[in-house]
Design a protein around this ligand. Structure first.
Ligand code: SIN
Ligand code: FE
Length: 292
């Protein structure tokens, strides 16, 4: 199984030809990782100091930035540090948006820009509960932020200054994952989605789709046999490269690496070239019911 689609594009702001755009949209909707080996994100001389775990709040694993409200979370440092970190992350957020708009002009009007994150902590040293352990194969689903069927599209750039790769495992296609775990998943207790919203545990209504995706996420991570025996391959992303993945669809695990920038986008299923390939439509087909 080929999981990587390599595209030779040197700049995120250069318009692509029709053929490359088709290649990109087909690859992303088929659940591949789009790998852009020439695309680097450059730090200024002053920003080099942020390549240290010292600026992240020890209670958080990432520094995150919201381009809409201009807020930075999970950071520690002087007001000057915070202002420069914010400028760096905003630059990445803007470049990631331009990149995605050039690669997928089809998505442009529907794309919602969500959080930007900077991940300065060594992945292999991180100790967490199994649910939060991204070293286990999983598809992304967020407990507090139901995405109600929307796609999760993420742009990653490895900015490691010491030559260290970001090492992932990539697992089996989404439909196989869903077929394996769906039989274990029961309905949520009646009224629980309303209650979660009322208690502000979720930011919006947790649809049946969100319930299933969260259950798949948790059950994949909890299943030791699955972690070891599921079809998978190692993928290494060297420093100064960029890659794009729909992490709700692609089973993935981050095994090691330090210093990563990441931008999340949400995309309504109806904006896809072929909505039938979305986790929402695949789960609806397998369960024979509407899930949002
Ligand atoms: C993840 O999305 O599971 C982690 C990706 C990474 O930090 O490399
Ligand atoms: Fe993930």
């Amino acid at each position: 199984m080929q999981v990587i689609e390599t595209l030779a594009i040197p700049h995120g702001d250069a318009p692509l030809g029709e053929e490359q755009q088709q290649q990109a949209i087909n690859a992303i909707e088929n659940g591949k990782v789009i790998f852009l080996p020439q695309l680097t994100f450059k730090l200024t001389a002053l920003e080099q100091r942020f390549l240290s775990p010292n600026y992240v709040d020890p209670k958080a694993k990432n520094i995150s930035f919201d381009i809409h409200s201009h807020t930075l979370c999970g950071v520690q440092g002087s007001p000057n540090d915070k202002q420069q970190l914010q400028a760096m992350m905003k630059r990445f957020a803007i470049q990631a948006r331009q990149l995605v708009e050039h690669l997928f002009p089809h998505y442009q009007t529907a794309l919602e820009q969500a959080r930007t994150s900077f991940r300065p902590v060594q992945v292999s040293d991180r100790k967490t509960s199994y649910r939060k352990d991204d070293k286990r194969l999983h598809v992304d689903a967020f407990p507090a932020t139901p995405n109600q069927g929307k796609r999760i599209l993420r742009v990653f750039s490895n900015i490691n200054p010491q030559g260290e790769d970001r090492v992932w495992r990539v697992g089996e296609p989404f439909e196989n994952v869903a077929k394996r775990f769906l039989p274990q998943i029961s309905n949520p207790p009646p009224g629980s989605a309303k209650l979660l919203k009322l208690l502000k545990i979720t930011k919006s209504y947790r649809t049946h789709y969100d319930h299933i995706m969260l259950q798949i996420h948790d059950r994949m991570k909890a299943d030791e046999t699955y972690q070891q025996q599921a079809q998978q391959c190692e993928v290494r992303f060297p420093p100064n490269t960029t890659w794009i993945v729909q992490t709700d669809q692609v089973s993935h695990a981050a095994m090691s690496g330090q210093y990563l920038l990441e931008q999340t986008f949400y995309l309504p299923v109806t904006a896809m070239q072929d909505p039938q390939r979305s986790p929402l439509r695949i789960l609806e087909k397998l369960t024979s019911r509407s899930l949002i």
